[in-house]
Design a protein around this ligand. Structure first.
Ligand SMILES: Cc1cc2nc3c(=O)[nH]c(=O)nc-3n(C[C@H](O)[C@H](O)[C@H](O)COP(=O)(O)OP(=O)(O)OC[C@H]3O[C@@H](n4cnc5c(N)ncnc54)[C@H](O)[C@@H]3O)c2cc1C
Length: 414
């Protein structure tokens, strides 16, 4: 954007999704103003495990959920923590989520996500090359580890990956030890996905994209948007006395998006799946790639800051005080498998995954609100799919066909 020129597009939210959308639009010659009330890429986009994998096609709701439900409800499974008093307020989302816990819905979601996650790495690669942050990425693959013997869940997952053409290598104990000799031999079997990249600092990647956006003439303003309304020539965003206007407005405010959209009468069933992360920094810990301990519900990923341990899901309303139960469990389990004798809880952070009940993001035009666009709901794959989301939305705003089938992500499905 040149100084003094009016923006064509306002993008609300400077997480990895908003920044990627803004950069892609600016690359295509749009004048973009990015708005965020906090530091850019400092929320979910900072704390994540930074995995970009073609295998990220499975929703959380699957047939196996029913067997695990009693454990979940009693907060006995480390991968999910519930705030029981808040469940009635999420009843609509939970009902939709549970309705999809069947094999047919899993297949439909996996089919919808496959083109998106296949396009995720090429889209990151293009932005990261232009932004000169490609060095943060490595193709190490991504490994799912189970402590218990192979069960129906493992077999179903393997069959689905093979059916959808995702390269996957089953590993036994010896294979796991050969791949990751730094892990204690507690894992019975694994699935190793070769087509997976990861970043060693997802926030640095996002800030690199932001720097490129600014270098191309894009602008960013510190502005906590409190209200959005239609204006004579498009949309206005009101932020503590400041008013910003543009013909197009993209809502990419992560888990906060429904708060801005709700007053306009548009439906977006989304909850926040909070996750926590902390770094193990004891010298000598060995891990070459991101891995997930499926049995204990946590991820370990080598990062610039140390080995990042990140938790599963805490279903909690925005603003709920933190509950470190899952992080304590995850850090203790990670230390045990990595051979880390430290016992103090490291510095930690949390982030909220913006999640739709069908496990699909909401990307595209908001029904009945011309010029209003959504880029949110990416749940567990927002770091991976932010750049391809930018490519989809930039095409849609320009009236062109998007680079991948975005029909399943249409906000009109709600
Ligand atoms: C523990 C954990 C591990 C994860 N691991 C992975 C992974 O390995 N791979 C992967 O692909 N994804 C992963 N994810 C998911 C990924 O981090 C998210 O999907 C992604 O970061 C969402 O990005 P976002 O830009 O939508 O939201 P955020 O990063 O939350 O950004 C939203 C931004 O909007 C701003 N905002 C909100 N309201 C307003 C307002 N009213 N006015 C102005 N600004 C506003 C906020 O300040 C914030 O900067 C993980 C998430 C967590 C929590």
């Amino acid at each position: 954007m040149t100084a003094g020129s009016a923006p064509e597009v306002l993008v609300v939210g400077a997480g990895i999704v908003g920044v990627s959308v803004a950069l892609t639009l600016q690359q295509q010659g749009r004048q973009v103003l990015l708005l965020d009330g906090a530091d850019p890429c400092d929320a979910a986009s900072r704390v994540n495990a930074a995995v970009v994998s073609t295998s990220s096609i499975l929703p959380l709701a699957g047939p196996g959920l029913w067997r695990a439900l009693p454990r979940y409800l009693l907060n006995r499974d480390p991968s999910l923590r519930l705030r029981h008093a808040q469940l009635p307020g999420m009843a609509g989302w939970i009902a939709r989520f549970l309705a999809r816990a069947n094999a047919a819905s899993v297949l439909a979601t996996a089919h919808a996500l496959t083109p998106l996650v296949r396009a995720a790495w090429p889209a990151h690669q293009a932005l990261a090359t232009e932004a000169r942050v490609l060095g943060h990425f490595r193709q190490t693959g991504w490994t799912k580890l189970w402590r218990v013997p192979r069960g129906p869940g493992h077999r179903a997952e393997l069959a689905l990956m093979q059916r959808l053409g995702v390269p996957v290598q089953p590993l036994d104990r010896a294979g796991i030890s050969a791949l990751e000799p730094g892990l204690a031999p507690v894992y019975d079997h694994a699935l190793h996905m070769h087509q997976a990249w990861s970043a060693d600092n997802p926030q640095a990647v996002g800030l690199g994209y932001l720097a490129r956006f600014l270098a191309l003439g894009g602008q960013i303003a510190r502005a906590q948007v409190g209200r959005i309304a239609a204006s004579a020539d498009g949309w206005l965003a009101v932020a503590q006395g400041q008013v910003f206007t543009a013909p197009h407005l993209v809502l990419a405010a992560g888990a906060w998006t429904p708060r801005l959209l709700g007053p306009l009468g548009a439906r977006l069933p989304m909850v926040g799946e909070r996750g926590y992360s902390a770094h193990l920094t004891t010298p000598g810990l060995r891990l070459s790639r991101p891995v997930i301990d499926v049995s204990r519900g946590f991820v370990m990923s080598p990062m610039q800051e140390g080995i990042r341990v990140s938790t599963g899901v805490e279903l909690a309303a925005i603003g709920t005080p933190p509950d470190l139960t899952q992080l304590h469990l995850a850090v203790a389990a990670a230390r045990a498998v990595l051979g880390d004798a430290d016992t103090a809880l490291p510095d930690w952070r949390s982030g909220i995954r913006p999640s739709c009940p069908d496990g699909l993001p909401a990307i595209g035009a908001v029904p009945r609100l011309p010029g209003m666009w959504l880029a949110t709901g990416h749940g567990h794959i927002g770091f991976a799919t932010a750049p391809v989301t930018g490519a989809i939305l930039a095409a849609q705003i320009a009236g062109r066909a998007p680079p991948v089938d975005a029909g399943p992500f249409d906000p009109a499905r709600f």
